[in-house]
Ligand binder design. Structure first.
Ligand code: BT5
Length: 259
């Protein structure tokens, strides 16, 4: 069971994580955060579950996480005014999480556009950002799935997924790590709301190994091939494809074998 007091005792935040809803099992923490009434949805609240029966990735794919071994949680945000450059949020969140992982493990943490965190080339964390809006209030949900102490992965992801424990060799205190992520997330988010994205974006860029590489991006039915030129200030990926520059806001990236 999640120890809420231990989370609170390790927080240095003003709003992020100050309200905690925790579940032994839930369908999806993101779905729960989306469907909470406006009165119950508090800015900065986190929804955390030991297990999810319908954990979701992007495009309704599955997030598979062994119960009680990992971190699966959502941060609920109710920004006071419309946020610009929301496409940056997955990158900036990944940077905050990467910094927390490094502080706890000393592992080298890589970021892959748009929403993955890799260690030794394998996916360790996925981020799913969703937003809803009613007439007055915008709600942003930042869902984070981080493989912490899981050692074995199911067939479909055995070769591509890893955990901090598998790479670091030691069991990690999930709650201390969670509190560190939330502390860093708040710093990042407060800056983001002030349009101050420089530090976290350049940290993300320094962790990304895609620049100059030939990649294939699939986006729904489409496949686009090209060389990665840069990340735009709105978080989009700029590819050089034949003689054109293409700007992509989402998609699944495969890095082609470099000749
Ligand atoms: C993501 O989607 O990576 C976003 C995952 C977000 C999960 C969190 S958990 C808390 C919150 N509540 C939710 O319901 N969701 C969020 P995407 O880029 O679409 O990647 C999904 C793909 O990653 C799957 O199709 C698998 O191939 C792979 N995958 C699934 N589970 C994984 C795991 N535990 N570790 C590594 N890869 C995984």
């Amino acid at each position: 069971m999640i120890d809420k007091d231990k989370i609170l005792n390790n927080l240095t935040t003003k709003v992020i994580g100050r309200d905690i809803i925790s579940f032994e099992t839930i369908d999806s923490s993101n779905t729960y955060a989306k469907t909470l009434s406006d009165a119950d949805a508090k800015n900065g609240m986190i929804i955390i579950a030991e297990g999810q029966t319908c954990g979701r990735g992007r495009f309704n794919r599955k997030w598979e996480s062994q119960k009680e071994r990992n971190l699966t949680f959502s941060i609920l945000l109710k920004p006071e005014s419309a946020l610009n450059k929301i496409g940056l949020l997955p990158l900036l969140t990944a940077s905050a999480v990467a910094k927390a992982i490094e502080a706890v493990t000393n592992l080298e943490v890589e970021c892959k556009w748009p929403n993955d965190i890799l260690i030794n080339g394998k996916k360790t964390c996925g981020i799913l950002i969703e937003s809803t809006s009613t007439l007055k209030i915008n709600r942003i949900i930042v869902g984070i799935g981080l493989n912490v102490n899981q050692e074995l992965f199911p067939d479909g992801i055995r070769l591509t997924a890893t955990s901090l424990k598998n790479e670091f060799g030691k069991t990690i205190d999930r709650i201390i790590l969670l509190a560190d992520i939330l502390n860093r997330f708040e710093d990042m988010y407060f800056r983001f709301t002030q349009n101050d994205t420089k530090e976290y974006l350049s940290d993300w860029i320094s962790r990304c190994k895609m620049f100059g590489k030939e990649i294939s991006v699939s986006y729904f039915e489409k496949q686009i091939h090209g060389k990665v030129l840069r990340i735009d200030s709105d978080g989009s990926l700029i590819l050089k494809s034949e003689d054109n520059e293409i700007k992509l806001f989402s998609g699944d990236v495969t890095i082609n074998k470099q000749l």
